[in-house]
Design a protein around this ligand. Structure first.
Ligand SMILES: [Zn+2]
Length: 170
């Protein structure tokens, strides 16, 4: 099945897979298996910083295309995140004035990949790529430079991955 958000994008011609190209909201995308992304993350010590900076760049472009109220923007960011297949995103605690939030990702693809490959649980969280993406998204949404840190991870035996967003979290 396809999400309502993706159906909407298709309807307004903001999503296409054609001639070996995938475009979403005017931006070229590449669909990669999660195991490839997981190993690229594992090999790169700068995963967090890079995914944060690149997400900021991308969401600025997306923001121009789907510009709306603050509340609408948060909903759109959540739907874009989920369209990338990184797992369902839930905002638990949003403090706009403090520029803080707590995010739950259920069923993180990156954590799942760790467990599939290692056939067991990890000692530390495995979702640096996700942390970077969340930091980028919320830096955009809060209009301030914030960071994200994974405080609980599915891969270490927690029921889901929890991220703290804020200025001094890492
Ligand atoms: Zn995780």
């Amino acid at each position: 099945m396809m999400s309502a958000f993706l159906k909407k994008l298709l309807f307004v011609r903001q999503f296409s897979i054609e001639d070996g190209k995938i475009e979403m909201l005017g931006k070229r995308e590449i669909m990669l298996p999660s195991n490839i992304l997981f190993w690229m993350q594992a090999q790169n010590k700068q995963t967090y910083e890079l995914s944060k900076q690149m997400t900021i760049e991308s969401v600025k472009e997306f923001g121009k295309k789907i510009g709306s109220s603050e509340e609408g923007m948060i909903k759109n960011m959540k739907e874009i995140y989920e369209t990338f297949g990184l797992g369902p995103l839930e905002i638990n605690d949003l403090k706009n004035e403090k520029k803080e939030a707590t995010i739950t990702i259920k069923d993180s693809s990156m954590a799942k990949e760790y467990m599939r490959y290692n056939k067991g649980v990890a000692k530390t969280g495995q979702c640096e790529l996700v942390a970077g993406i969340l930091a980028g998204m919320f830096s955009f949404l809060f209009n301030a430079d914030v960071n994200a840190i994974e405080t609980k991870c599915l891969s270490t035996g927690s029921p889901s991955c929890i991220f703290s967003i804020g200025k001094g979290v890492r």
